[in-house]
Design a protein around this ligand. Structure first.
Ligand code: PLP
Length: 393
């Protein structure tokens, strides 16, 4: 059962009603779900998790669905955390692990966020949802909407990977291809949602996708016997994965499940679209939108993020950093990860390895650090990127 109490504005801390279907707070900031963590601590010893189903819903007390009948699940989460020691030795960080999110239903970590958001939207009475997507989120939306019996409207850039397009279409979503980027898709959704009666599930513009994504943080802790690693490298577009894990660590700290140790959170972006890296380097608290975004890692082709300040805050508070890698480097990262580990990563996953190599070169990581790379999706959805090589690098 969920211990959700209310929603909190991430700018002002004001409380909002959890039973309303809300997007942003009044000042236009993301809303975060808040739980009665004292009650969770009393009711759920972490040892009890061992007997639960191997999906993200094993953490249901800190997820938003109140009536389990509304849970829309395809078995997402509890993905493998794989040792990658020989790859680690090769690059100089032997204690290397890869969390393989490509093993999720619909082939990416986006399944987690959409499972949570669509479940809660269903519970609160939505009939139709709309989403702007760089690719994987669109496929996941279509799948979970199909399972929930909701209508889904997916807006994607015209040059989205073909797999994302066909997946969303075959799963029954109304797919519209837009000339432009995810930000242009977001504009179309914003313009039409009211007249069409759609609930907008743009990332961080509704409170619950981040709740699904935060389960990556819970899982990582559980899989590492409640001792977090030294460094986490995560490919960030909208940043919800990284922000979600940081939220999970704060919650688990309050639950008494983990010590005070936190990983250094590292955001990797593509050099053709690196607004967070630019803001990080300039010491800014928010990012300005990137002009002319271009990268084969389509999930990283996000010129502006509503949660930019939350991402930058997590990176700063954790003692982490933000780095960019070229398309050539990230595709090389995919090939190298594949050869050493047997994981066929998405270009975004390859970016994490390219980033780690840079961190080793620059002395930003120690040889005895435990490092976790997040492969956020399967390479099988990006065949065009591998066909065309690194031409846009
Ligand atoms: C495979 C993959 N990795 C990473 C990202 C970036 O995720 P986020 O927007 O949560 O930062 C995306 C987003 O589309 C993605 O599809």
């Amino acid at each position: 059962m969920s211990f959700l109490t209310d929603l909190i504005c991430t700018k002002t801390g004001d409380s909002y009603d959890k039973t309303e279907l809300l997007n942003l707070s009044d000042p236009g900031a993301p809303l975060f779900a808040r739980y009665d963590l004292d009650a969770v601590r009393e009711n759920l010893p972490k040892e009890a998790l061992a007997d639960r189903e191997p999906t993200m819903w094993r953490y249901e007390e800190v997820l938003p669905v109140e009536d389990p009948r509304f849970k829309v699940s395809l078995g997402e989460g509890y993905t493998p955390l794989m040792q990658a020691s020989s790859l680690g030795q090769h690059i100089g960080t032997p204690n290397l692990l890869i969390k393989d999110e490509g093993a999720n239903p619909t082939g990416s970590f986006k399944a987690r966020g959409l499972s949570a958001a669509i479940s809660r939207a269903l519970e609160l009475g939505t009939k139709a949802i709309a989403i702007p997507s760089a690719g994987n989120a669109g496929g996941a939306t279509a799948a979970y909407a199909a399972r929930a019996g909701l209508r889904a409207h997916v807006f994607m850039p015209r040059d989205v990977p073909r797999a994302n397009y066909f997946e969303a279409k075959v799963l029954g979503a109304q797919v519209e291809l837009v000339d432009g980027l995810i930000s242009d898709c977001g504009r179309v959704v914003a313009e039409r949602k009211e007249a069409e009666g759609w609930f907008d599930v743009s990332t961080l513009k509704e409170p619950y996708r981040v709740e699904g994504k935060k389960t990556m943080g819970y899982e990582l802790a559980e899989q590492l016997d409640w001792e977090l690693p030294d460094v986490i490298i995560y490919p960030t577009g909208g940043g919800t994965g990284l922000i979600g894990m940081w939220k999970a660590f704060a919650e688990m700290g309050k639950l008494g499940w983990i010590s005070e140790k936190r990983p250094r959170m590292v955001s990797v972006q593509a050099s053709g679209c690196a607004p967070i890296v630019r803001a990080w380097e300039a010491g800014e608290e928010a990012a300005t939108p990137w002009e002319g975004a271009r990268t084969v890692a389509s999930g990283l082709r996000v010129p502006g993020a509503v949660g930019d300040f939350l991402m930058l805050r997590a990176i700063r508070d954790s003692g982490g950093c933000a780095l960019s890698v070229t398309d050539e480097e990230l595709l090389q990262g995919v090939t190298e990860m594949a050869a050493y580990t047997g994981i066929f990563a998405a270009p975004e996953g390859g970016a994490t390895l390219a980033c780690l190599k840079k961190m080793v070169e620059r002395g930003l990581v120690d040889a005895d650090d435990q490092v976790v790379l997040f492969n956020t999706g399967t390479g099988l959805k990006y065949l065009e990127a591998f066909e065309s090589g690194a031409q846009s690098g």
